[in-house]
Design a protein around this ligand. Structure first.
Ligand SMILES: NC(=O)c1ccc[n+]([C@@H]2O[C@H](COP(=O)([O-])OP(=O)(O)OC[C@H]3O[C@@H](n4cnc5c(N)ncnc54)[C@H](O)[C@@H]3O)[C@@H](O)[C@H]2O)c1
Length: 362
């Protein structure tokens, strides 16, 4: 089992990564001295795919244990679902000495995390990510929340878990489309990292689709290490953490325009492509480097639904991104692998051009 530490002023925690390590859950719950009134919040698809697996690893040293099954999909990241969880907790007499264990992808983690952050002013939380996207990204760093008024992640809190347990065995039931979605965030980490990891991802990404354990673990470990390091330096996104938003200004606009009929990782991959074009448009990235760097995000098939979206509307959505300041869109751009530029500003024309260039290669 490999360990990455997220080092924070308060509430530091480990990310534990390995194959078949779910059987150590009981030991870890003891080691990290978590409260023994457990509520497992589990994505229904995980239950369907692994009915026996979860039964085998449910904590034995417990005072109370219940499972709450979540309907799969982004719609579950809602106020209604959150209400149901609060009611479930209250109806089953859970108190402040509760531990919520989120077992699922980013939807489960974000919702269960926010429930943990807010129920009785905060109860303990453990993440067990079961999608590639959650393993490399959403289970780390403490962002929790729900969507509201058709807007993503409008209500939320920073709330850190006691630990994250990533068992790559759990990822083996993921449909290929979900691996592709996770790949979108991995592309982002390859750009935030260095030539070595970038080349490794290009050379090995196909092995993800073969569920190759060694490749899966290496890519998850390296991506999670980057996120852990960034979060350790800037927990609440006042500076450095913004680099994790590479591709996300465009991605959120694509998701909003398509009413979320696109997977998050696909939108991020397309967003990284648009960010590369924009970096070139405003003179941060040479045309030679651009074509080299595009080779990675173009490994992924970008949905053709992204073609022909109204640029004026996309621009307006970006203008209202909650990360902006002073009515200016703040982009995360780059001048090379690992050379990230924060709070970059770009004119409308440059943004439109980069969107057109992205469309031309879809
Ligand atoms: N908190 C953060 O820092 C952060 C970062 C990135 C994304 N997110 C959020 O994460 C969400 C996307 O997460 P996601 O891509 O994991 O989506 P998801 O949670 O919706 O899971 C994707 C699909 O995979 C299924 N699934 C999950 N585990 C499975 C398994 N082991 N086998 C078979 N099927 C399985 C789910 O039922 C679902 O249908 C978005 O809401 C996004 O906003 C949060």
């Amino acid at each position: 089992m490999k360990k990455i530490q997220v080092s924070l002023k308060e509430n530091s925690y480990p990310i534990l990564i390995g194959s078949g390590i779910l059987n150590q859950l009981d030991m870890l719950l003891g080691k990290y001295q978590v409260n023994k009134n457990f509520l497992l919040i589990i994505d229904s698809n995980v239950r369907k795919n692994n009915p026996e697996l979860l039964k085998n690893y449910i904590p034995s040293n417990k005072k109370k244990l219940n499972s709450y099954y979540l309907k799969p999909g982004e719609k579950s990241k809602s106020y209604i679902e959150l209400n149901r969880i609060y009611s479930f907790l209250l109806n089953n007499n859970y108190g402040r000495d509760t531990t919520i264990i989120a077992i699922g992808g980013g939807v489960t983690g974000d919702l269960a995390g926010y429930a943990a952050a807010t129920f009785m002013r905060g109860v303990q939380l453990i993440h067990i990510p079961t999608t590639l996207l959650a393993a490399v990204d959403s289970s780390i760093g403490g962002k929790t929340g729900i969507n509201f008024a058709k807007k993503k992640n409008m209500i939320g809190a920073f709330y850190q878990p006691k630990f994250v347990l990533t068992d790559t065995e759990l990822l083996k039931t993921l449909p290929k489309s979900e691996l592709t979605s996770g790949f979108g965030e991995i592309v982002k980490y390859a750009f935030l990292s260095d030539e070595k990891f970038f080349s490794y991802v290009i050379a090995n990404y196909l092995k993800i689709y073969e569920y190759d354990n060694e490749v899966m673990q290496k890519i998850i470990y390296d991506s999670a290490s980057i996120k852990a390091s960034v979060v350790s330096q800037d927990e609440k996104e006042s500076g450095l953490r913004k680099i994790l938003n590479l591709g996300h200004t465009f991605a959120h606009a694509f998701e909003t325009m398509l009413n979320f009929r696109i997977k998050h990782g696909e939108a991020v991959d397309a967003g990284v492509i648009a960010a590369l074009f924009l970096s070139n448009e405003i003179g941060l990235l040479s045309t030679n480097s651009l074509s080299d760097l595009l080779s990675l995000p173009l490994k992924m098939k970008i949905p053709s639904r992204l073609k022909g979206l109204n640029k004026e509307d996309l621009f307006n959505i970006m203008l209202h991104d909650k990360k902006n300041r002073n009515q200016q869109i703040k982009f995360v751009l780059l001048s090379g692998i690992g050379k990230i530029i924060l709070d970059a500003e770009a004119g409308k024309k440059a943004v439109f051009n980069s969107l057109s260039q992205m469309e031309s290669i879809l």
